[in-house]
Ligand binder design. Structure first.
Ligand SMILES: [Zn+2]
Length: 179
């Protein structure tokens, strides 16, 4: 099997693979993903503080189908839900995307992307983004004991003050009712 290695190191949000010009065979690509990818998809700035992920793509080009095997590994930084301090998270995963050619317009069903016969390239940006985003845990907290104690105390004090304010308001309401 013919194997050719191409390394596209890109910081310019260029995740395009021009498959039409390539002979049948396997091709390997490496994309660097940083925070700008998330900003482009309008993920809130405070949601992803930083990202440093290497995204490997192995493309197998056959006559009638393209198979993309994704394998990614790296780290992102988010805010801890509990102490609101920076929390590094390891991001690691694999995924596969199949591309078939058809008379139809571009469409997506199950794991298969259908492209028109005359399509020459594929922009993987959307898939790379989704792959990574789906691997970010919903609950983002430091391990037990690793939260910033000072921040936890401050947050607790603020909550206490809010509770007291609510209590004071309730007392006033009760007074009004009594009178
Ligand atoms: Zn924390």
């Amino acid at each position: 099997m013919q194997a050719e290695y191409l390394y596209l190191l890109s910081n310019k949000m260029d995740y395009i693979i021009n498959f039409a010009s390539l002979a049948l065979g396997e091709y390997r690509y490496e994309f660097k993903v940083d925070k700008t990818l998330f900003l482009e998809f309008k993920v809130e700035e405070e949601d992803i503080l930083d990202a440093d992920i290497v995204f490997n793509v192995l493309m197998d080009k056959k006559e009638d189908i393209l198979t993309f095997n994704f394998d990614f590994n790296g780290q992102i930084k988010v805010l801890c839900d509990r102490c609101l301090e920076e929390l590094p998270l390891k991001i690691k995963g694999k995924d596969t995307l199949y591309v078939q050619f058809s008379d139809k317009d571009e469409s997506y069903e199950d794991d298969i992307l259908f492209l028109p016969f005359d399509e020459r390239e594929i922009d993987l940006k959307q898939y790379i983004y989704e792959c990574i985003y789906l691997h970010i845990p919903l609950r983002r907290v430091h391990k037990e004991g690793e939260c910033n104690e000072n921040m936890l105390r401050l947050i607790q004090e603020k909550d206490d003050v809010l509770e007291q304010e609510v209590d004071v308001r309730w007392e006033k309401l009760k007074e009004i009712k009594v009178n």
